[in-house]
Design a protein around this ligand. Structure first.
Ligand SMILES: Cc1cc2nc3c(=O)[nH]c(=O)nc-3n(C[C@H](O)[C@H](O)[C@H](O)COP(=O)(O)OP(=O)(O)OC[C@H]3O[C@@H](n4cnc5c(N)ncnc54)[C@H](O)[C@@H]3O)c2cc1C
Length: 409
């Protein structure tokens, strides 16, 4: 197996992270910064980018921007990020709408839009600088093995199987986590019966910092201002209509987007390559097991409409890094309990927020329509509710890790 190591190692580590996606790779940087001997196990071979680093547009909350800057990752971005200065949420056919302005909160922006592919390049550049990190790839986690006083981790690569040992194993291996399954932890899965199309759209007028969330009975659509004069779109479509939308040529696809959005963001002139994803919520029944913890999508995978998934997963990772940095044993039961307790509020509130937004656009019952409109109207008129929404959009929910607050930990 190609053990692509920044540092050579015998297979025993303080922490082994399974999954080098958005959250696992960010955690590796945070643990290295704290001086922890860490290994990163990733199924994708060197030179190839994990599939999650695709054309999706990631909206990084302010807390995420703070943390990724402190970790030296955002400085590696080769493409400018797009600031989100205002957020408009509206619902087709209803009278409710919400407008949030960062200036009203004393901020230049709520966060930044970055294309996942560009973020992957930046992360890879930063990972390449780490001197303590050991990388195993291509290598798949296939189960736990024996290790006295530690956790054994069985991984498989082109040269066969290998047993690693760690005092703490982190499952950062995505929504269908093999680590979660090996722990025997179940997950509650909800299928929103929507397909989400992602692409970049070229507008007549360059984006001016406004992000839009447009909710319709047939699914949500979000328009995010990128740093390259394009909007990134996430266009949610009923599962039953997905094949027909998939088959559309660019011109009718663009016309479809224009009719969903109207002229709020001006005329759309062109659309880049499209890809699509199913919309699922997967929530693990527990986030910790013996010398093991689940973070990011392995712990909870959300509907992307609220743009919260990675932001939440990064807060998992940085909370863990904070606790591990101060501990003599990173896998001690008390540390894992403290981790689960610190993540509880943020996890529950972010899940509820994303789910609420997704359901606002998924339930076509005319009886519920007035309630939905009243919900949006209430938010638009109530400063307290708005502040809650804005705080969430900026990534400040519950017990926030120091790096997210811009505090050097
Ligand atoms: C269309 C779309 C738009 C989104 N927009 C946003 C947004 O604006 N803001 C936001 O915060 N979030 C957004 N998200 C969510 C975000 O993409 C996820 O939260 C994020 O990818 C989760 O990161 P992760 O590292 O936990 O998991 P993943 O990114 O899924 O990474 C898992 C990694 O584990 C590896 N792996 C899997 N199994 C194994 C194994 N057995 N052994 C070794 N390695 C393994 C995989 O190769 C992969 O690299 C969006 C998601 C979608 C689908």
């Amino acid at each position: 197996m190609a053990a692509m190591t920044n540092a050579q190692h015998s297979g025993g580590h303080e922490v082994v992270i399974v999954g080098g996606g958005l959250v696992g790779a960010s955690l590796a940087v945070a643990l290295d910064r704290a001086g922890i001997d860490t290994a990163l196990v990733e199924a994708t071979p060197p030179g190839a980018m994990p599939a999650v680093f695709d054309q999706r547009n990631l909206s990084f909350a302010e807390a995420t921007v703070n943390a990724l800057t402190a970790l030296g990752i955002l400085q590696k971005l080769q493409v400018p990020a797009g600031p989100i200065r205002q957020i408009h949420i509206s619902r087709a056919g209803d009278f409710g709408r919400v407008g949030l302005d960062a200036a009203g909160y004393g901020r230049d922006s709520f966060g930044q839009v970055v294309v996942a592919r560009d973020f992957g390049d930046a992360l890879e550049a930063r990972l390449g600088e780490l001197t303590r990190l050991t990388r195993y790839r291509p290598a798949r986690f296939i189960g736990f093995g024996d290790a006295a006083g530690r956790r054994g981790i069985r991984i498989a690569g082109p040269d066969g199987e290998r047993l690693l040992q760690a005092r703490l194993v982190v499952g950062a291996d995505g929504a269908d986590s093999a680590v979660r399954a090996a722990l025997g932890i179940g997950a509650q899965v909800h299928d929103y019966r929507q397909r989400l199309f992602i692409a970049r759209v070229r507008p007549e007028r360059a984006p001016d910092g406004r992000a839009f969330e447009r909710l319709t009975d047939h699914g949500p659509t979000a328009l995010l201002p990128r740093g390259d004069r394009h909007y990134g779109i996430v266009h949610g479509v009923d599962a039953d209509a997905a094949a027909a939308v998939e088959a559309l040529d660019d011109a009718p696809f663009l016309a479809r987007l224009q009719s969903v959005f109207g002229w709020r963001a001006g005329r759309f002139l062109g659309v880049g390559p499209r890809s699509s994803h199913p919309a699922r919520r997967v929530v693990a029944d527990d986030t910790v097991g013996t010398r093991t913890v689940l973070v990011g999508n392995a712990a909870q995978s959300l509907h992307p409409i609220g743009a919260q998934g990675f932001n939440l997963g990064l807060r998992d990772a940085l909370t863990l890094a904070e606790l591990v940095a101060d501990a003599s044993d990173p896998g001690a039961p008390a540390l894992l309990d403290a981790y689960a307790a610190r993540r509880r509020e943020d996890r529950a509130r972010t899940l509820a927020f994303s789910d609420g937004l997704a359901r606002l656009s998924a339930n076509p019952s005319p009886l519920l329509r007035p309630l939905r409109s009243l919900g949006l109207l209430a938010i638009d008129r109530d400063a307290g509710l708005q502040a809650l929404l804005a705080g969430g959009a900026m990534g400040y929910r519950g017990d926030v890790p120091a790096l997210c607050r811009g505090v050097a930990a």
